[in-house]
Ligand binder design. Structure first.
Ligand SMILES: Nc1nc2c(ncn2[C@@H]2O[C@H](COP(=O)(O)OP(=O)(O)OP(=O)(O)O)[C@@H](O)[C@H]2O)c(=O)[nH]1
Length: 313
């Protein structure tokens, strides 16, 4: 049989803190707190009775959830919010507070009943997970940047080039458009490093990368660092003549940087360039472009460097 004693016992033995406030008295003073609430907050009953429960927020009153709570109480509605509360000893705990208005038989608001749960462990874990997720996302972005961009020169990486080569090759099989590749290699670069040192060598590679990048005009072309002192330009929408002229411009731009190179017969830093233009086909692999551009580059080197050689299959 259900009795008022059982109800009382349930409230007194609840693991959750229970508070009752008088909704008709000014500033809604607390008129009841169960032992679990005393334990949760560290306050004794005599500290609590007669006060508005906002004392649990201490000076930390600017919490968004407090106005959410106040709004729903004003409308006589039930509300659950999580608040930063402070124990008697000043330590923070996260309080998941469920407040319900209590009405008498004629519908007049008489009390508020608040059930309090200490959810600090859960909130701290959620905060830690959020922070870790943010750090992971930042690391992921950094890694993606590293994969797409070459760390020394900042232009596209070999990985990006290889992905683009495969993608564009497949796209152009259908449209029957040609793909143009320029394989670029800095001339006598070993001699440059030996003469001026590796740091000056790095600096020269940055300048070459930058001028190549600046010399590109179309959205459909890009330059990547293939490795060491080798660069690749991949382009579409160019005739064979345009491709060769474009490559010759690149050679001139690098020579016009006027970077002294005492170990080169040209006396300035130069590049050689192998150009190939090909219609992608499902019968071939895109690597064939690289092989042909490489063999054109070999010819440009063999003919004296600082020049372009082409290979149109
Ligand atoms: N400073 C610097 N040097 C590099 C880098 N990567 C590769 N190299 C150097 O580039 C040089 C390439 O030399 P080789 O392959 O012998 O070619 P080369 O001297 O340019 O001669 P040719 O290509 O035949 O004109 C090597 O000495 C490498 O150490 C780099 O990131 N920084």
């Amino acid at each position: 049989m259900f009795t008022i004693e059982i109800l009382m016992q349930a409230v007194m033995e609840s693991r959750d803190g229970i508070l009752i406030a008088d909704a008709r008295a000014p500033d809604h003073p607390v008129i009841f707190a169960n032992p679990a609430f005393e334990q949760l907050s560290g306050y004794d009953l005599e500290d609590i009775l007669g006060r508005n429960c906002r004392f649990l927020q201490g000076t930390d009153q600017a919490q968004r959830n407090i106005s959410i709570l106040a709004n729903s109480l004003e409308k006589g509605k039930h509300s659950i919010v999580t608040l930063r509360n402070y124990r008697k000893d000043g330590s923070l705990f996260w309080n998941e507070l469920s407040i319900s208005p209590v009405f008498d038989q004629s519908g007049v608001l008489t009390h508020f009943i608040g059930i309090q749960k200490d959810v600090t462990a859960r909130v701290v874990l959620e905060q830690r997970l959020r922070k870790e997720r943010r750090l992971l996302e930042r690391d992921k972005e950094n890694l993606e940047q590293l994969v797409v961009h070459d760390t020394l020169t900042g232009i596209y990486s070999r990985k990006y080039f290889e992905d683009q080569l495969r993608t564009r090759w497949d796209q152009l099989i259908d449209t029957q458009e040609s793909l143009v590749m320029m394989f670029i290699d800095v001339d006598y670069f070993k001699g440059f490093n030996d003469t001026y040192g590796h740091i000056a060598g790095d600096d020269a590679l940055r300048k070459v990368a930058s001028i190549l990048d600046d010399s590109l005009r179309r959205d459909s072309e890009f330059v990547a660092r293939f490795g060491g002192e080798e660069f690749i330009v991949l382009a579409t929408e160019m005739t064979a003549e345009q491709a060769i002229m474009h490559a010759e411009n690149l050679c001139r731009s690098v020579r016009d940087l006027d970077i002294p190179h005492a170990a080169s017969p040209h006396q300035f830093l130069t590049i050689s360039c192998g150009v190939v233009r090909m219609k992608p086909s499902s019968m071939a692999q895109p690597e064939v472009l690289l092989e042909q551009a490489d063999s054109a580059l070999y010819q440009a080197k063999a003919r004296g460097r600082n020049q372009v050689a082409s290979c149109e299959p």
